[in-house]
Design a protein around this ligand. Sequence first.
Ligand SMILES: C[S@@+](CC[C@H](N)C(=O)[O-])C[C@H]1O[C@@H](n2cnc3c(N)ncnc32)[C@H](O)[C@@H]1O
Length: 763
Amino acid sequence: MCLGYLSRIQCIKQGGQRGRGRGGGRGPRSQVFHSREDLFTTNRINSKFETYYKAQDMIPEDEWIDFLTTLKEPLPTTFRLTGSRTTARDLNGVIQETYIPHLTNQTWEGNPIPPPTQLPWYPDGLGWQLKVHKQIVRKSPEFKKFQNFLVYETEVGNISRQEAVSMIPPLVLDVESHHAVLDMCAAPGSKYSLHSCTLDGTASGGAAFQRRGAHRIVIANDNDYKRSHMLVHQSARLPSPNLMVTNLDASLFPGIRVPPSIMPFDRILCDVPCSGDGTLRKNIAIWKSWGPQNANGLHSLQVRILLRAMSLLGSNGRIVYSTVPVLATALNSHPGRFVLEDVSTRLPGLLRRPGLKSWKVAIDKNITLASSWSSYLSTLTDPGEAKLSRSLFPPDNANELNLERCMRIYPHMQDTGGFFVAVLVRVKDHDVVTRESSTSSSLSQTARDAEAKKLKVGDDALEDTLAPTPDEELDDIVAPAPDINLSMGDTIVMGEHGEEKLATTGGVFNETPYTYLASGNRHAKACLESLRVNADFPSTLLFVRNPDGENITPRVIYFSNPLVREIVLHNDFNKLRLINCGVKVFTRQDSTTSGGNTYRFVDDGIESVLPYVPPESILTAGIKELKIMLESYYPLSEAFDEGFREQIKQRAPGSYLIRFEAGEWEGASLRNPLLLPFWISSKSTSLMTDKQTKSALCLRLFGEDITPFGKENRQKKEAMQAQVKDIETTAVVGDLDVAEKLNDGEDDLEVKVALEGEGDISD
Ligand SMILES: C[S@@+](CC[C@H](N)C(=O)[O-])C[C@H]1O[C@@H](n2cnc3c(N)ncnc32)[C@H](O)[C@@H]1O
């Protein structure tokens, strides 16, 4: 994405003085530079970058110093509460009532430490920012405690660390609970978690889900195989029967067959790969490597991804996208079919500027700038030699495209990264007013020839957008995407008559198959009967990950919604490069005391099976029992009070669910009921959820990790700290700061359990 950054020359002239500027520069920065020298002794300098952005005239003169200074400062930590709405509100309450009072009026070496604050524009106050340096967080006991809480809640999917501006696209995508959503470039998945929350809401389970959830779906796609597995990890934090993860080139995303037709999407997010200019505060390496060719090189791919999104979108559907030149090209390629929505009043409290109607393109490595295609061509002796795409430049009809309806956000405006957001709405089919693209038709044949020569194989879609678009062809352009199933490495090329065809095949895809179980399948039957699940459970929505649902006894049984099932059954999962879908609901339990139970309930799938679980399979308990179950892996029945012991006694050994009712006990408070899988053995019991979930629960309820694992960890840390003290008092090992080293080791531990997404909460 292109921003408008301050020139270094300008900064030197003004002696590094920081102006507050019109952007507002809200609140104290994470770090303040005191002198001009400070700015240039950092490695955050790139004169070409500054020359380029200075020439764009995007930032008012009196804001430039503030702007450049902000760019060179680290970003504040920002996070949002995810999970279901109830969980998010609960956690917000915990932050506000349990943590904030202890984080207010704190000082470090005599200076006040600002407490976390809510992002003023984030709905329901669920977005937060923390402007405290990592070193202080480590050393202040109260902040350290808060950080631990964040790390554990992040690991279980209730908190997502995300740059503030990255939270915007899903908020303006307006996903509703019945929508089919495609996130085209989704990894590592920080935004995708937001759509999935919206889809799941609080009532995704069972019969209600059967009625209302049949057509909801989120497909998270990324063409990078490793990164697509990050999406699987993310989806494990927010398990849902409506999710699918694919690993395709978004510009070639195939039409998905759902008989009798191809499925149109209601919402598409195009968070395309970009030069990363907006992430300079986070990715220091960009300062060194920045060059205009980075953005220009990605242009063709960005255009193709957006065009693909436009053809996959249903009537009245919505695309959220970034990057200006791409947008103008795409709008012109579908005249009258898409409009830019005015988002100037969305997210009140968010400072933003309207989109630009003109910009300059760097036409060589020396940052020679051209403000139009014709001025670029005039620099060439032969227009046929043009290497840049026409569509990088502002189109002649830029004034007609309402580009001012987009939003630009600069880092100094509210201490964030830089961002650009555009919302494209596909006009309802009957409202379409067609007109010929003035840009396209105004291209001279020479220019078009030059463009065609420059485009390589694979850029054909872009070439297509540059051609005039006669009205009769419009339907083809926005008709449902051609149903071409692709493999990794496949490339689409245009045939002689403009038809799409596969150029190559290749790429290995080694995922195990998805096999839906037939009605009456013996494994499904045995599993459901042993768990006393009601007979009306929709067992044909169960699937296994092996090629044979009947002869191989599955270790794990998964569940999806009907739409996911339709997609899997009617599309080749290999060609769709389907990495993951649905949710685990039952796993095999080989226990001698299971009382005939061959399977057990799984935490991830509780919401999906709950409506079919009879009341006698659900025990009820309170915080007191929960504490006992967290303190020990296998508490004996005797550890509980009479009432709960009786509930255990009445049941045969095996798998159950347990509902912890909301309430208070000895200062701990459970704000909403909590449902977890539970196991009864002949003498002992066990809460069947993972270590991270238990630790996060402990911190939320009791302020410390009281699990055996947590206790072990604490003892290890204490031993480490004692070791540090010993070393500090007895020896200095060369230049090595041993204490710091050990602290880093401790952070590594946290990093392991923290988010891989945009960084970890301990950054
Ligand atoms: C800006 S990041 C997306 C960040 C993501 N939306 C999030 O919020 O976490 C761009 C992503 O696009 C992916 N990508 C690059 N080229 C792609 C292509 N042709 N098709 C699909 N994804 C692509 C990259 O692997 C990268 O993960």
